[in-house]
Write a protein that binds this ligand. Structure first.
Ligand SMILES: O=P(O)(O)OC[C@@H](O)[C@@H](O)c1c[nH]c2ccccc12
Length: 286
């Protein structure tokens, strides 16, 4: 099988070279630094995971509301990062009627903790404009979902309004990730570091970020297996947040991962194929 990840990374390097020729790093950096402050991605996740009856009352809810919520099963210690993705290299076009602002508002109404928006054009039919539209339509923190190969793209992420970036261990050296993490930190961006196999997790844990993603999809072959998360999750220290990524399609998948201790989930395709992505979020995590 041709290695899709390497193909994508080669295109990304070309994109960075082309972008640099149009906009020098210093200009981009000023744009990034001129943005209003980022929304707190990590806090948004923690708030959902830690939500409890007591905290809810403390936050201004009433005991009656809280009991009602509990009875309805609405108080669960789960944080969902809801993805906005038109297409993928493995599935082709996933959603024809693609309105990022509407989808973002729908996700927010149905309790998403954060958003993830694909900004890659060549393989996922994404766009920085989609990220801006989604973020303007709600108050949720937004992850720029793309393949970062160069510090330039970290500034680019903040300049387009992103609140978090993804660093993929399979795509970068530890030194590269540490450099990009430091820039992200200086800009107020959260970092989700994504790994797939145990050796990659060892590397991911050397970063400072609390957000450790385990991708159930192998980016070299596209094979998906939820055991990828379940078999590694006990290796994540309790001060980190494990995010289970990809291939979560049915309530039984959520139940299995939740029973295994997973509290944060990144879901795209299952939501994108539904008429109301937000309603599907509520259904999948009910
Ligand atoms: O659509 P899914 O199977 O629910 O997966 C979402 C997300 O995990 C997936 O889009 C993803 C995970 N890591 C990535 C890296 C790049 C692009 C996309 C991804």
């Amino acid at each position: 099988m041709s290695d899709i990840l390497n193909k994508i990374l080669a295109v990304k390097r070309d994109e960075v070279a082309a972008a640099l020729a149009v906009k020098p790093l210093a200009t981009l950096r000023s744009e990034a630094e001129a943005q209003p402050p980022a929304r707190d991605f990590v806090a948004a996740l923690r708030q959902k995971i830690d939500s409890s009856a007591a905290e809810k009352i403390g936050a201004g809810g009433t005991a009656g509301d809280t009991l009602k919520d509990m009875a309805a099963g609405a108080i669960r210690h789960i944080a969902v990062i809801a993805e906005i993705k038109k297409a993928s290299p493995s599935k082709g076009v996933i959603r024809e009627n693609f309105q990022p602002a509407e989808i973002a508002a729908d996700y927010a109404r149905h309790g998403a903790a954060c958003l993830s928006v694909l900004t890659d054009r060549s393989f996922f039919q994404g766009s920085p404009d989609y990220l801006r539209q989604a973020r303007n339509a709600c108050t949720l923190p937004v992850l720029r979902k793309d393949f970062l190969v160069d510090p330039y793209q970290v500034y680019e992420a903040r300049a387009m309004g992103a609140d978090a970036i993804l660093l993929i261990v399979a795509a970068l050296s530890l030194a590269e990730m540490q450099a990009m993490e430091a820039i992200a930190q200086s800009l107020g961006l959260a970092v989700l570091v994504e790994c797939h196999e145990p050796a990659e997790l060892d590397i991911a844990l050397q970063l400072k970020t609390p957000l450790i993603g385990i991708n159930n999809r192998n980016l070299h072959t596209f094979e998906v297996n939820l055991d990828t998360t379940l078999s590694q999750h006990q290796r994540i220290p309790s001060n980190r947040i494990l995010v289970a990524e990809s291939g979560i399609l049915a309530p039984s998948d959520v139940a299995q991962l939740y029973a295994g201790g997973v509290r944060a989930f990144l879901v795209g395709e299952a939501f994108m194929r539904a008429p109301s992505p937000g309603a599907e979020l509520a259904r999948l995590f009910a």
